[in-house]
Write a protein that binds this ligand. Structure first.
Ligand code: SAH
Ligand code: SF4
Length: 362
């Protein structure tokens, strides 16, 4: 193996900033992905954890410049699933043996919303028990709210920092959106006992390869348990994506960048959960499988009822818009087995990094 790759594979966090930059621009992508995959197999096995993704509301109080469901986008048909609908979508994932779900929505801070989520969590736990994993991805909330949801049964929380560079963050958000607050939220989540996940978008305007290397160092310095990142995909109805033209070559470049980030993160962090984001599949029908072969170990099949799914468009070309969750399940297993990986049915799929910390090995 090339010396830089074997140095990275030999122990976690072995590389300097410059060496991380070298990984991210590594010319032999095949060798990079193979080295990252080897680390993934050693730490986790040829195994993939599933999370049924339930996008239960596209209402959002925020206005991130890149996101299709931002508050100011008047073209979106807004929906909010009822508690019964959310519980029944969760039950579907449980019965489909997925082992865990992600509940995701726009950011909503009202008391009634906080109570609805709490109620839904308790009902899901009553049905599926604590062995069924529940991840939340509901944006920035108070520590009190995070604690309430944790006590009601949530195990994990995903909150992307989007970029570890506060100056770049400021160009992607209105001035009342705060990078520091987001960081504080990640720390609150840790205090509340969640497995904490974060991540970034790769390919943002103004983002450099230095920024991406710093992002990976940020994941390590915050001691994250899970990483969810994907390529940025311009959405025409947003300030950042308006008027952006792009072609197949741009798609390939974005996909490659997303895969390089997965591989470099696996080579730097070793034992964290890394998701092969749906945005990869939006760029290439085989994007998710490519993500697995570059070092990811988590896939999030869409489990949102079809009637709502088309209205939850953070970015264009979202895959599986016309397929019901049952069809997704069959297609997914074939695809994952096709690249030599096995699905961990009925398992919560906790982060090995978090488990080791819990057992006192870190
Ligand atoms: N509102 C919550 C969860 C939903 S948004 C939150 O913001 O945390 C989930 C993620 O979608 C965001 O963190 C962002 O990284 C990603 N996203 C939004 N717009 C995107 C785009 N145009 N391309 C790629 N990813 C995007
Ligand atoms: Fe809302 Fe999340 Fe989209 Fe920002 S990224 S506008 S918080 S849904």
């Amino acid at each position: 193996m090339e010396p830089l790759l074997s140095k990275a594979a030999s122990k976690p966090r072995a590389l300097t900033h410059r060496e991380l930059v070298e990984l991210l621009t590594f010319p032999d992508a095949g060798a990079l992905f193979a080295a990252a995959y080897e680390v993934k197999v050693r730490e986790i096995g040829r195994r993939v954890s599933l999370r049924g993704l339930i996008e239960f509301a596209n209402v959002c109080e925020k206005d991130c410049f890149y996101c299709g469901i931002r508050n100011a986008n008047g073209k979106v048909d807004r929906y909010m699933m009822s508690a019964d609908e959310i519980v029944s979508a969760a039950k579907w994932s449980y019965k489909a043996h997925y082992g865990s779900i992600v509940l995701q929505s726009g950011e909503i801070s009202s008391k009634s919303h906080i109570a609805l989520v709490e109620n839904v969590l308790r009902r899901i736990r009553d049905i599926a028990g604590d062995g069924f994993g529940i991840t939340l991805s509901l944006g920035e909330q108070s520590e009190e709210t995070y604690r309430c949801w944790r006590e009601a049964g949530a195990h994990r929380y995903l909150l992307r920092i989007e970029t570890s560079n506060p100056a770049l963050y400021a160009t992607l958000h209105p001035s009342d959106h705060s990078w520091e607050r987001r960081l504080e939220c990640l720390r609150s989540l840790r205090r509340c006992g969640y497995q904490v996940g974060s991540g970034i978008m790769a390919g943002l305007p103004g983002q450099t390869v230095d920024d991406l290397a710093s992002d990976i160092e940020f994941f390590a310095s915050e001691d994250l348990d899970m990483i969810g990142m994907g390529p940025y995909i311009p959405h025409a109805d947003t300030p950042l994506g308006h008027g952006v033209r792009w072609n197949t070559e741009d798609k390939t470049r974005r996909l490659e960048l997303g895969l390089h980030m997965i591989a470099a993160t696996r080579l730097y962090m070793h034992d964290v959960n890394i998701a092969a984001a749906t945005a990869l599949q939006a760029l290439d029908p085989e994007g998710r499988e490519k993500g697995l072969l570059a070092g990811a170990n988590v896939v999030m099949p869409n489990a949102t009822p079809l009637v709502y799914r088309r209205n939850y468009r953070l970015y264009p070309d979202k895959p599986c818009l016309g397929e019901d969750p049952g069809a997704c399940r069959g297609c997914l297993e074939r695809r994952i087995n096709g690249v030599g990986e096995q699905i961990l049915w009925n398992e919560r799929g906790d982060s090995p990094h978090w488990r080791k910390k819990k057992d006192g090995m870190h």
